[in-house]
Design a protein around this ligand. Sequence first.
Ligand code: R5P
Length: 290
Amino acid sequence: MIIGGSASQALASQVAMELDDKLCSVETKKFPDGERYLRIKDEIPEDEKVIVVQSTGYPQDENMMELFFILDTLNDMNVTDITVVSPYLGYSRQERRFKEVECISAKATAKLIQTMGVKRLISINLHEQSICDLYDIPVDNLSAMPTIAEHIKNTFDVKPVILAPDKGAINFAKEIAMILDTDYDYLEKVRLSPEVVETKTKNISVKDKNVVIIDDIISTGGTIVNAINILKEQGAVAVDVFCVHPVLVNDAVLKINAAGAHSVQGTNTLKSDVSFVSVAKTIANHLKSL
Ligand code: R5P
């Protein structure tokens, strides 16, 4: 049985369709003071395997709390075989201490999820693989890159060069490029003199090329706008932008389009105006393989 939290209802429905599984109805509402109410409306046999699909992006605390409410209610129903699919796992960007005595938010949320009788956690392109180590239960960190590559193959006339906006995203670019059999690279900052820093592609020229930029997250859009400006300066013909998690704070899409992007597309790990690529099959296929 699949339970879709409010943040991931459409995706949960797609996963249920892929698996030919039953979707469980959940009633949620907000009281006038902002507190949330949750009720699982269907009967669930105690020995049922239950998959809870809930991304915990903005509003992170509400979505996380709703996930806890679902899990605790399942515990009360004596359901023991619970898998959580959180395609975008909130608080993943604070997975270690950058300054003394900071809260490691990813660890704190891991502790809470684990106390709720969860057997396994599945997510997509976690911000750092090391997040898996914060859990004592198995954590499967799936990749959306094959699905994004497939989407590019089916919708692009010209095979693009795949570019990571920084070295940290190079493996995403490589994974897509390998599938499409095309070139990939990343943007690197080079210090030309004590005063002058230039950012350019590390190994290949993008002159007269169609380029796809890939990153895991687009948040403010600053990283992508910077990359588009550089690629345009270097003579790229068209720049299409892809990400896994379209966090898209404020006017991020507008800024990226204004910088001259040919398109901005993301997956549906988060609901957004650009969530065109579905990760439902990736999740369903993985669940089938377990
Ligand atoms: C950074 O580590 C991530 O991979 C993204 O590059 C970053 O989160 C993007 O943030 P923004 O859109 O605010 O530049």
